[in-house]
Design a protein around this ligand. Structure first.
Ligand SMILES: Cc1cc2nc3c(=O)[nH]c(=O)nc-3n(C[C@H](O)[C@H](O)[C@H](O)COP(=O)(O)OP(=O)(O)OC[C@H]3O[C@@H](n4cnc5c(N)ncnc54)[C@H](O)[C@@H]3O)c2cc1C
Length: 487
């Protein structure tokens, strides 16, 4: 063993001994096969090595680990459920790193039904939080396909969005306070859950969406909402994407802004889903228009009242409006879910899309947002431009909030490796710039979008981000190589 290798081994052994003393042997993993599941990201694109995976079960343990890492210049990579799509939760090459897995910190600390708030630890799985709320007739409305695996710490750190943003906002808007361990090991306790607290810079908002680069979130206070008394879920075939915006606004106006989800699902996306999951049934046998999965929900008891024909007040209101929209030609066809099973089937179809695209073959995933009035322009122009280059995009999106998941996939009989992907990306980013869009809507930056971040983020904003990062984390131990491009 060379002198350098010997020094490296000593540092690694010392660090592991130290962590073992904090979390116990069972929660310190360092054998390659034990760490494997923590070192490759969900997409399979990013993989690296680590000194160890450490699994603390308290804020004090997290603080001790971070303090040691800061003193010894060891990178800390916080990890929740590992469902992030940008390679943010795994180490980068060339840095001595530990993966800090938060999944054992999953306790419910406080439930306040009167204030409709809940305090939970960062490692709680999103679906567990949803079920806790439901037990009290409340909902936690953050909703997307990875809910059974992702953690609330990951949701906060990526400021996750999903299907219900149109009504409830993204994770940032659902959070009233956090507890976090800062890069020097100090603990910030801002768990009061106040809805008003104008006492200076909002440190919570700085850590939300920071992807673990400014500290480790250990707990949070979230808002909850009354469980809807009635929901109407439908699949619509709408005349065009521009018509879809009109349909959304008419539905909002007609129902008192009760639209919970408004999801874009064009025919081609449904074809891909059905080819990958043959048991999933098409909601409309032969729809040529623009597919929209819409959900309207009301917590008013009167909206759940059953009418003589067996429908409900809310169902009747939605049906009346849809009939009007059909007469004007904005809506071409509609399927209304008649049971909880039909509703679940529609959502299963929507939430299968990412796995379906992954199973379908290679693709480059754009997660972008646009002003609602420009979405149709983007899709129209980009579909044409990318088709000329040999791509057949697979598009879905949380259309209600202007977010598109636009996957550049090869057209039939085209070979992925021979396609001009860089030119297609450039065309998309150029178009986004012209239409005032964003190159990252809800998945974040991680490692995969660092180059785009360097290229497209306004330099003055990047400078502020770098100044904050350097001030709080002068040794650059918190999740280095993610989110903030290094100079
Ligand atoms: C099938 C599928 C569907 C998805 N749909 C959506 C969607 O609709 N909307 C959406 O927004 N996302 C979606 N995602 C992406 C992903 O689920 C979210 O980004 C989620 O919030 C990540 O949570 P996680 O616990 O898995 O985080 P991880 O993947 O473990 O980590 C993500 C990032 O957060 C950091 N981090 C994790 N925990 C902490 C912590 N406690 N403190 C500080 N930093 C931390 C990590 O370092 C990393 O940078 C989807 C993913 C999949 C696989």
């Amino acid at each position: 063993m060379s002198q350098v290798e010997l020094i490296r081994k000593t540092i690694a052994d010392d660090a592991r001994d130290h962590f073992r003393a904090i979390v116990g042997s069972a929660n310190l993993l360092h054998e390659t096969h034990d760490m494997a599941g923590y070192l490759t990201d969900w997409t399979g694109q990013f993989s690296s090595e680590a000194l160890a995976v450490v699994r603390p079960n308290s804020t004090s343990q997290v603080s001790q680990i971070v303090q040691y890492c800061n003193a010894n210049r060891i990178a800390v990579v916080p990890q929740g459920g590992g469902t992030g799509l940008c390679g943010g939760g795994v180490p980068i090459d060339g840095k001595r790193s530990v993966v800090l897995s938060l999944t054992r910190m999953n306790a419910l600390r406080n439930f306040d039904p009167a204030g409709r708030t809940i305090v939970v630890e960062a490692g709680m799985v999103l679906e567990t939080l949803q079920l806790e709320a439901l037990e009290h007739g409340l909902i936690f409305p953050l909703m997307f396909g990875a809910k059974g695996t992702c953690t609330v710490g990951g949701n906060l750190s990526t400021n996750a969005g999903g299907s219900n943003v149109v009504r409830y906002g993204n994770t940032r808007e659902l959070c009233l306070g956090i507890e976090a361990v800062m890069p020097d090991g100090s603990v910030i306790n801002a768990l009061t859950g106040l809805r008003k607290d104008n006492t200076g810079y909002d440190i919570k908002d700085m850590l939300i969406g920071a992807e673990g680069t400014l500290g480790v979130i250990t707990a949070a206070v979230f808002k909850m909402f009354r469980q809807p008394a009635n929901r109407v879920t439908a699949f619509l075939s709408v005349a065009s994407l521009s018509a879809a915006t009109e349909v959304l606004n008419r539905l909002q106006d007609h129902t008192g802004s009760a639209v919970e989800a408004f999801e874009y699902m064009p025919q081609h996306a449904i074809d891909v889903i059905c080819s990958q999951f043959p048991d999933i049934k098409r909601p409309l046998a032969d729809h040529t228009g623009c597919g929209i999965l819409v959900e309207v929900a009301s917590s008013r008891a009167i909206d759940a009242r059953e009418l003589p024909d067996g429908s409900t007040q809310l169902g009747d209101e939605v049906m009346t409006l849809l009939s009007e929209l059909m007469e004007t030609g904005l809506v071409l066809d509609a399927m209304i879910a008649q049971s909880e099973k039909q509703r679940a089937d529609l959502w299963r179809m929507r939430e299968s899309i990412l796995e379906a695209i992954t199973g379908n073959g290679p693709a480059y995933h754009l997660d972008i947002s646009l002003p609602l009035s420009r979405v149709a322009d983007f899709v129209g122009e980009m579909d044409q431009a990318s088709a000329k280059m040999g791509f057949q995009p697979i598009t879905v999106g949380h259309l209600g909030d202007g977010n598109l998941h636009y996957a550049l996939a090869p057209a039939p009989n085209r070979v992925w490796a021979s396609l001009p992907l860089e030119a297609a990306k450039e065309a998309a980013f150029d178009l986004l710039g012209r239409l005032n869009g964003s190159f990252s809507a809800e998945h974040g930056i991680g490692q995969s979008k660092l180059a785009v971040m360097t290229m497209l983020k306004e330099p003055s904003q990047l400078a502020v981000m770098r100044a904050i990062k350097t001030a709080l984390d002068p040794n650059n131990i918190m999740n280095p190589g993610k989110l903030v491009p290094e100079v």
